[in-house]
Design a protein around this ligand. Structure first.
Ligand code: G3H
Ligand code: 13P
Ligand code: ZN
Length: 309
């Protein structure tokens, strides 16, 4: 077993209607829950680390924990930097042994995004590491903009084709209506599938990435709220929309919020029902099981990546 790039997993996913799950990791229990699920489902796996995760857990711990997960399960795993904001963090992660990095230049004008992405691609490719970039901006309802303004931030298909051509990037994150966090839509959920189809048509060989793809399952929001949480009106991307997206080039689906909700719901429930307990293992153990069950559900029922290893 080894840390591997996402190249082969994406090539397989591109030819089929399933997507690979990319799950955010921040500590040992989250990593263990995810890898145990992927092992049982025999699914390809990307573990991703954000700048916030590196700050929280310290970079060396996360890399070593992922290596430990690989040794324990015997799985090949792709270790990915999520939302690298500049060349330096991407370089650091390449040097630390990551097999994939994201350079997120989506906040810059097209030309600057191209230049920054190219710089990362050059460095990473020379070391056998693959690169994901982002074009278009993910804006949630919290950004307080109307529908037209929101659409204007979506990825332009022609620009996407030009961007891939000019940067040589391995995969591209696109904006079609998803957003990060637990508040993705005010009214009915809407994704711009026509735009996705157009992008896929123009760059059929480029694996596309869907960020902000959590579903925010009501039962977990309700559990959190039942046991003292305050997450009113949370809404995510319906599961059938994720399945649909996987048919049009979406090869990587990013999930963090659903893991956070599952873990928090379980910890809240456990502590409320066992006020006498104060051993962290007592509530972190069930929380780890909740992560595992959530990831297994995603792989089996939403992403369709069971037995695609
Ligand atoms: O894209 C954002 C991911 O959910 C990571 O979140 O920056 O709070 O670690 P974070
Ligand atoms: P969610 O907040 O929908 O889980 O998205 C996570 C993500 O896109 C990480 O990059
Ligand atoms: Zn993201």
């Amino acid at each position: 077993m080894a840390l591997i790039t996402s190249k082969e997993m994406f090539q397989k996913a591109l030819k089929s209607d399933y997507a690979v799950g990319a799950f955010n990791v921040n500590n040992m229990e989250i990593i263990q829950g995810i890898v145990d699920a992927a092992k049982e489902e025999n699914a390809p796996l990307i573990l991703q680390v954000s700048a916030g995760a590196r700050k929280y857990a310290k970079p060396a711990y996360l890399v070593k924990l992922v290596e430990a997960a690989m040794i324990d399960t015997g799985l090949d795993i792709c270790l990915h930097l999520d939302h690298g904001e500049d060349f330096e963090i991407c370089k650091k992660c390449v040097d630390d042994g990551f097999t994939s990095v994201m350079i997120d230049g989506s906040k810059y004008p097209f030309k600057e995004n191209v230049a920054l992405t190219k710089q990362v691609v050059e460095y990473a490719h020379a070391k056998g590491v693959v690169v994901e970039a982002e074009l278009g901006r993910l804006s949630g309802i919290e950004d307080n903009i109307n529908v037209d303004e929101r659409q204007a931030t979506f990825t332009d298909p022609e620009e996407a084709a030009e961007f891939v051509e000019r940067t040589g990037v391995d995969s591209l994150a696109i904006a079609i209506g998803t957003s990060h966090g637990a508040y993705k839509f005010k009214g009915d959920p809407y994704l711009d599938f026509e735009r996705l189809k157009k992008i896929h048509e123009l760059i059929p060989d480029t694996p596309l990435v869907l960020h902000g793809a959590s579903t925010v399952l009501p039962e977990f929001v309700d559990l959190c709220n039942k046991y003292g949480g305050k997450i009113p009106g949370a809404k995510g991307v319906p599961e059938d929309m994720i399945r649909e997206a996987a048919k049009y080039g979406i090869c990587k689906v990013n999930i963090d919020t659903d893991l956070r909700l599952a873990m928090t719901a379980e910890i809240r429930r456990y502590l409320a029902e066992h006020p006498e307990d104060f051993d962290p293992r007592k509530y972190l153990g069930p929380a780890r099981n909740a992560i595992k069950a959530m990831v297994q559900h995603k792989i089996r029922n939403v992403l369709g990546s069971s037995n695609k290893r």
